[in-house]
Design a protein around this ligand. Structure first.
Ligand code: ADP
Ligand code: ZN
Ligand code: ZN
Length: 805
């Protein structure tokens, strides 16, 4: 019998669904499920994941290619990771490889490196005419023997690539490639004593005449020394060498863990928990003590001290020797949370985010695996951290849409967290002031234990909210984007030396059509969603049922002529503010001003330090920040999202207003908020102004039930793309027809579309959308898989999409 392995190739190619069988040579006989290997694949070498091993008859050996190499010293995927990956591929219609590579920093575990060397027969052609440059290169090659492109570039600068190409063409230089692990470890040498303390005490007196050696040995008696220490102590290389030669000390190579958060520190101020916090912590700690899967929804208003609850829960997990994953929606949000966790857990904390270098990521992974790091903080992808001993997963601001990955695999972090925790018998804590409707529904149904923090810490009160009807402002002849009330609030605030935040919602701007006179938004008569204005066609279209209508010249509700496409940019608001308040220091934060995490952090910390009076921006300004001197918040035309033709529009609006309003009055001064709306009577706007989640939820869940949206149905969004609009349309129509004919017997499903994506053309591809609505997606997925539609290269299935447009 021989041993064989089923291997999936690590590639994002979606039609590579099958595993391939390879023969396991004797030297790798220990291989089992979960190992990363190098295998021949076509004419190349590729990274593969072993997903099963088998014994097969001897005769099979001749048909099979052997596994060439093994990448790690241990299996990369443990049993739970394998099960999670299989679940992902099942749930989200992706390949097993696509799911497995989520567990690998940088997705690829290998890198292919090219080597260049002199053609052994070059002597014959050596005398050909060549430039001075080429002569120099050849001479260098002769000394170096084998070089990588990187070494070559270091020596010859930007011209290197073209030089090598020339030499390769003339067959003076040859090239071959090898496969290496993507990871490059970092080592540092450390000096250790090679003698016992006793031996040292014996010889020390004789060394007094060699002060440098004496000093070094004496220092080594208390601790090992790094290069940096030696430099500081001004110990010469010669001294070290002499003592090494005498075998009194030795140089030890030690792996260094790269961690750019190493020096982030803060002071932890222990607080006395409020009774509600105490309850929440006790409930979580109780579940932890049974080591059984349990999920919680921590519903706490803004400023109610949720973070402190997380910290205590994590402390309990660490006490029990288990690991914690703490997830945040965006990396800009991490800084405050990281600081608080670092203050409490110091270097037990590791931070994972997309801007870490690949090697730092690998080091972090190693520390998690070896359990030398117990608190893992990160955005979405950190839910895949390879913690072998998981005790809790926390999702802060669990309602945030960034928890959904918007590329294949289209996973939702919350679902992955639940699955992982279930396997590990760990706890899940979902925290939010504005829980996702589906999450709250699940909590009411008993699937999560509901924990509430209904009041702000230390008697701080929720800000006072004023709702301004912008239609009235227009009637009074005020055309500014700032209402009289907001202007007044800003004036008072600045005069008192306090700060203000202004949130402007640019999302969905100018895609919907609204009457400036009465606030009427043109909606589809069949679907209760706003129609989307399509520039190219000059028409409005419903993305749910595909109805098309011309833009009316008069408002259908009030016959006014002020019917407009909606939108105002941050820059315009900034100008207007500056005119109103010439001495005011304004800082703008939006996609245009913030490239990268540092820019955002810098703006926020400058603002916090009082270098600006007003912070103006899009969604980003609304979230998570705990700024003590902010007492005023203005929210402009926030109901614009209501008009995104999406069933989550109201939920989004409610969350955004609540979160933004929650920025005001977090210190000891009370806060005031002005919400400007064209739809002040909409339940999402009213409820948010009253900071009343339960009335919002009651209205929203009724809407979802009436129109059969999640949680009362499940959705798949299918996007078909093609280089030509006609092709995309035709393919989408074919697919929709095929879906309909396959699913006809099943009355519980509904196929909607195809309709064009709101942004029809992206990167020269035209996109058409089909929505599949079903009570249960199992049959639908079964059919898609049977027909292999999910592997079509121009078709994408987004299971449980976060938005339907
Ligand atoms: P949330 O995340 O719920 O909006 P935070 O966790 O940021 O609220 O807490 C708000 C503020 O209250 C923070 O400055 C925090 O340090 C402080 N805080 C939290 N719990 C307590 C407590 N029990 N006693 C005193 N201050 C607290
Ligand atoms: Zn009108
Ligand atoms: Zn419609």
């Amino acid at each position: 019998m021989i041993k064989t392995a089923e291997v999936v190739i690590n590639s994002g190619i979606r039609n590579l669904t099958d595993a391939f069988t390879y023969f396991i040579p004797d030297q790798f006989s220990y291989l089992d499920t979960g190992w990363r290997v190098v295998v021949p694949f076509g004419s190349r070498q590729e990274e593969g994941f072993v997903v099963a091993v088998r014994s097969e008859p001897e005769g099979r050996k001749d048909e099979l290619k052997p596994i060439q190499d093994v990448l790690d010293d241990d299996p990369w995927f443990d049993d739970h990771m394998m099960q999670t990956a299989r679940w992902l591929s099942e749930r989200y219609l992706c390949t097993l490889a696509e799911a497995m590579r989520l567990f690998i920093p940088g997705k690829k575990g290998i890198r292919k490196e090219k080597f260049y060397y002199l053609n052994a027969n070059y002597a014959g052609i050596f005398n050909e005419t060549r430039t001075e440059n080429q002569a120099a290169v050849l001479e260098w090659f002769r000394r170096q023997k084998i070089v990588t492109m990187r070494q070559f570039q270091k020596e010859f600068g930007p011209e290197a690539r073209s030089l090598i190409e020339e030499l390769k063409q003339r067959k003076l230089v040859l090239c071959s490639s090898t496969v290496q692990t993507a990871r490059v470890n970092k080592y540092e040498s450390e000096l250790h004593l090679a003698l016992t303390g006793e031996q040292v005490t014996g010889i020390l007196p004789q060394m007094e005449r060699k002060p440098a050696q004496f000093r070094l040995i004496q220092a080594l008696l208390t601790r090992n020394l790094t290069d940096a220490d030696l430099k500081e102590m001004k110990v010469s290389r010669q001294t070290v060498k002499t003592l090494v030669d005498l075998e009194m000390i030795k140089i030890v190579r030690k792996q260094v863990m790269r961690d750019s958060y190493q020096n982030v520190a803060g002071k932890y101020q222990p607080v006395t928990l409020s009774p509600e916090q105490e309850n929440a912590v006790a409930a979580i700690a109780d579940a932890l003590s049974y080591s059984r899967f349990q999920s919680f929804l921590l519903h706490g208003i803004t400023g109610s001290g949720k973070t402190e609850v997380y910290i205590r829960a994590v402390a309990a997990v660490r006490q029990a020797g288990k690991q914690a994953i703490v997830l945040v929606p965006e990396i800009a949000l991490t800084s405050q949370l990281v600081q608080r966790f670092k203050a409490r857990f110091a270097n037990d904390v590791v931070v994972i985010h997309s801007k870490l270098s690949l090697n730092e990521r690998y080091d972090t992974w190693q520390r998690i695996r070896e359990e030398t790091a117990g608190v893992i903080i990160g955005a979405r992808s950190a839910v895949f951290a390879p913690a072998p001993n998981l005790g809790i997963i926390i999702l802060d601001e669990e309602h945030e849409f960034t928890y959904k990955q918007e590329e294949s695999p289209y996973y939702h972090t919350r679902d992955v967290a639940m699955t992982r925790a279930n396997l590990a018998q760990a706890a899940v804590v979902l925290g939010s002031a504005t829980p996702a409707v589906e999450t709250f529904y699940d909590a009411l149904a008993g699937r999560h234990v509901l924990l509430s923090l209904p009041s702000r810490i230390a008697g701080a009160v929720l800000p006072q909210v004023m709702l301004v009807d912008m239609r009235e402002e227009l009637k009074k002849g005020r055309r500014s984007v700032l209402s009289t009330q907001l202007e007044g609030l800003l004036r008072d605030t600045i005069q008192r030396g306090e700060q203000a935040i202004i949130l402007l919602n640019r999302r969905g701007h100018s895609t919907f059509v609204m009457c400036r006179e009465c606030g009427h938004v043109i909606t589809c008569r069949h679907c209760a969603v706003a129609l989307t204005y399509h520039y190219a066609a000059g028409m409005m279209r419903c993305h749910y049922c595909d109805a098309v209508e011309p833009v009316p010249t008069l408002c259908p509700a009030c016959r006014s002529r002020y019917i407009k496409f909606f939108g105002t940019g941050t820059q315009k608001v900034e100008q207007e503010l500056q005119q109103l308040f010439p001495d005011c220091r304004i800082v703008r934060m939006d996609q245009d001003t913030t490239h990268g995490k540092l820019a955002q952090d810098a703006i926020l910390s400058d603002f916090d330090a009082g270098r600006y009076d007003i912070l103006l921006g899009t969604q980003m300004v609304a979230k998570g920040h705990d700024l003590q001197n902010v007492t005023a918040v203005g929210i402009l035309s926030v109901d614009t999202i209501l008009n995104i033709p999406d069933f989550r529009g109201a939920e989004r609006t409610f969350a955004l207003i609540t979160q933004a309003a929650g920025r005001a009055g977090r210190g000891d001064k009370p806060g005031k908020v002005v919400v400007q709306a064209y739809n002040p009577e909409h339940y999402a706007v009213c409820a948010a102004a009253n900071q009343d989640y339960s009335s919002f939820y009651a209205a929203e869940i009724e809407f979802r039930q009436k129109l059969l949206y999640p949680p009362f149905c499940q959705l798949i969004k299918c996007t078909v793309a093609a280089g030509m609009e006609d092709t995309a349309r035709r393919k989408a129509e074919q697919l929709a027809a095929a879906l309909k004919s396959e699913l006809r017997p099943d009355a519980g499903t509904d196929i909607i579309g195809p309709f064009p994506a709101p942004v029809l053309k992206v990167k020269d591809r035209y996109r058409m959308i089909i929505l599949i609505k079903a009570g249960n997606l199992d049959t639908v997925k079964e059919i898609i898989r049977q027909k292999n539609w999910h592997t079509l290269s121009d078709t994408v299935f987004d299971v449980s999409p976060i938005s339907v447009v």
